[in-house]
Design a protein around this ligand. Structure first.
Ligand SMILES: Cc1ncc(COP(=O)(O)O)c(C=O)c1O
Length: 399
């Protein structure tokens, strides 16, 4: 991979996001097998990749494959340019956004939205009526993460369902939860399994409560990359959403849901532009190119800085400003400042392994997709931001 990148160095402006297609395919293969083994449907969360080309790798290019997104720009992109029709927008819908998806609804998209409160239900339903569109709705429940979602025990679950039933343009089809607290607890298999079970049990319980109250619940949706890695049974679920699995990152390695460092498929290519006054290496990837996410630093035994340098185990990004990054040695002895100048002379390039693939990839409009096995490099576009008007299909191109 690094040889291929070196051969194309003049066409590659740094910093840029490198996608190791071979590693990504292994991640996809393992995840599909795992979800198949659990006997449920996969509804990948495409907020990590935000790329049609990557989406097609996951879904096999099947336009009726269920997908999850986190912005309406992604809805526009995956529907208009990808042809995907079964799209779950997994961030609470609000009434102001309804108008922007009307053109897609007119063309046949039946968007699935989520909600966890009766006020939003009434407001969204009123906007849907005004614009003459219909949405399928999943009620979000909280399985312990404490972000969105209704408490399982309270009466609100039934009240929100009843509010949906009273509307003309919303149809309750399911329940959803996300065990986001899997990122915050102990990074052990036992602890992760506990969260994975809590995630499953919460949403299954919610589905059963709603069914007992006479609601037709056909979708029971749960998932995250860490909980999927330890879930032992998906009984009661109909689908699993995971997103980061496709690229993996330093934080998933810390948690144990990434099997090895070679599976981290997205890295940032950066150029050595000089040396700091105390002998560290200065590169052109700073906070904007890497993100300032420090999630993997939760492992107190690791020195992570803002990322590790691929193939240089002693080196990490010790400091970032907007466009500058500083590479330093973790411990004296592994490398020293004299040989750093020899190891990484000005103009040389290295790849940085990021903490959190979703945040780092968000800095880039495309991936430089490298297939080492094939000797090919392509540019794969992605969709960033929130503005639906910016959604254009630039298509895959050769480097
Ligand atoms: C609602 C929802 N579902 C699924 C996911 C995917 O989880 P992960 O990012 O761990 O793969 C996320 C991630 O934030 C999410 O917010």
């Amino acid at each position: 991979m690094d040889e291929l990148l070196a051969n194309s160095s003049e066409q590659l402006m740094t910093p840029c996001a490198i996608l190791d297609v071979d590693a990504m395919r292994l991640n996809i293969h393992d995840t599909i097998e795992r979800i198949r083994g659990l006997g449920v449907t996969m509804r990948p969360h495409l907020k990590t990749c935000k790329s049609l080309r990557v989406a097609d790798e996951i879904t096999g290019g099947r336009m009726d494959h269920p997908i999850t997104v986190s912005t309406l720009a992604e809805v526009a992109y995956f529907f208009e340019h990808g042809g995907y029709t079964d799209i779950l927008y997994a961030v609470g819908m609000d009434a102001h956004k309804v108008r922007s998806v009307v053109p897609f609804a007119r063309k046949g998209l039946r968007l699935k939205i989520i909600t966890d409160n009766a006020e939003a239900v009434l407001q969204v339903a009123e906007a849907c009526k005004r614009h003459n569109v219909q949405f399928d709705v999943l009620i979000e429940v909280d399985c312990g993460d404490g972000r969105g979602g209704l408490s399982l025990s309270g009466e609100d679950l039934l009240a929100v369902a009843a509010a949906i039933r009273q509307t003309e343009n919303l149809r309750l089809v399911g329940v959803l939860t996300h065990g986001g607290h899997s990122y915050r607890g102990e990074a052990t298999a036992v602890a992760l399994r506990r969260v994975a079970c809590a995630e499953r049990d919460a949403v299954v319980l919610a589905a059963n409560r709603l069914r007992n109250a006479g609601h037709d619940i056909s979708i029971v949706s749960a998932g995250s990359t860490p909980t999927l890695s330890q879930l032992d049974s998906a009984a009661g679920l109909t689908e699993i959403r995971a997103g980061v699995f496709v690229f993996q990152d330093l934080d998933q390695l810390r948690i144990g849901s990434c099997p090895s460092i070679d599976r981290i498929a997205v890295t940032v290519l950066t150029t050595v532009i000089g040396f700091t006054s105390n002998g560290n290496v200065l590169v052109d990837a700073g906070g904007l190119a890497l993100s300032k996410d420090l999630s993997a630093a939760a492992n107190k035994d690791w020195i992570t800085g803002y990322g590790w340098v691929a193939h240089h185990p002693g080196l990490y990004v010790s400091r970032v400003s907007q466009e500058h990054g500083v590479l330093a040695v973790k411990t004296e002895g592994e490398a020293n400042h004299v040989n750093l100048r020899k190891l990484l002379p000005v103009g040389s390039r290295v790849r940085i392994i990021p903490h959190h693939a979703c945040f780092t990839a968000a800095a880039y409009d495309e991936y430089v997709a490298v297939r080492t096995t094939h000797g090919s490099i392509e540019r794969w576009p992605r969709i960033n931001g929130w503005d639906l008007r910016s959604v254009i299909d630039r298509g895959v191109s050769k480097l």
